[in-house]
Design a protein. Structure first.
Length: 240
């Protein structure tokens, strides 16, 4: 769970009841290029105490944070307005917001799935926490902020009320990002660029291991109407 990059970032809860927070989540999903249409469902999920998002922000201890922030808002000027820490609950557990201003550079979510769903996948029915929707500004890739975010959210997952023993995630299978015929349909002209390192390899470098593969995880429809079956992998990591 420890990471040499963890000190670079901090996490602040997403306020799903705030119009400003919800709009920023929408803006960042547009920049991410994936699942922007699901933002309203995430609001409803948070209201029920289920999937919970956290904003990723620079640590105060980070050198050159002002320079790095200029890189971020230079690429995404619509994200230049600070938000405030106003979330009054996390998974229905009350908290006292700090009201501190911040500009998020990304976000990540945690969720607990139904025990029977975890059991079908061969995961512990209790003590399994899922990590979803990791996103870090493309203006900041290569700086360790994604790895730092994972380290922080893993720590959050082990704490009450989630008390994770295992963290799990799903992501696009390596071949979808390395085989040219598949990669070019997912990341072709007019779409988001492919990652420099395949997701599967990147998570492996953070200590995750593949425990299941699914050839037709979902269908991706290209702009010209081509339907591409997307292979996904399920990965896990013991954290306690």
């Amino acid at each position: 769970m420890a990471s040499k990059h963890g000190w670079k970032v901090e996490l602040v809860p997403w306020d799903h009841l705030s119009q400003e927070h919800t709009q920023r989540m929408y803006d960042q999903r547009v920049a991410c290029g994936w699942r922007v249409e699901e933002v309203p469902s995430w609001v409803e999920s948070a209201k029920k105490g289920r999937k919970m998002f956290y904003w990723v922000l620079f640590s105060d201890a980070l050198p050159d944070r002002e320079k790095l922030m200029k890189q971020h808002v230079g690429k995404y000027p619509n994200e230049s307005t600070p938000l405030r820490d106003t979330a009054r609950e996390i998974r229905l557990v009350p908290r006292e917001p700090t009201n501190i201003e911040f500009i998020p550079i990304g976000h990540v979510a945690v969720d607990i799935h139904k025990p029977e769903e975890d059991a079908i996948l061969g995961l512990p029915a209790t003590g399994t926490v899922w990590i979803h929707q990791l996103y870090v500004s493309r203006a900041l890739h290569g700086g360790g902020f994604g790895a730092g975010s994972m380290s922080k959210i893993e720590s959050v997952a082990t704490q009450s009320p989630m008390n994770a023993k295992v963290v799990a995630l799903d992501t696009v299978a390596k071949e979808m990002q390395t085989v040219p015929e598949k990669r070019d349909l997912l990341y072709g002209e007019g779409l988001v660029p492919p990652p420099p390192v395949a997701n599967e390899d990147w998570y492996t470098s953070l200590g995750y291991e593949v425990f299941k593969r699914e050839d037709d995880g979902y269908i991706f429809t290209t702009k010209d109407g081509t339907e591409l079956p997307v292979s996904i992998v399920y990965m896990k990591k013991t954290v306690a």
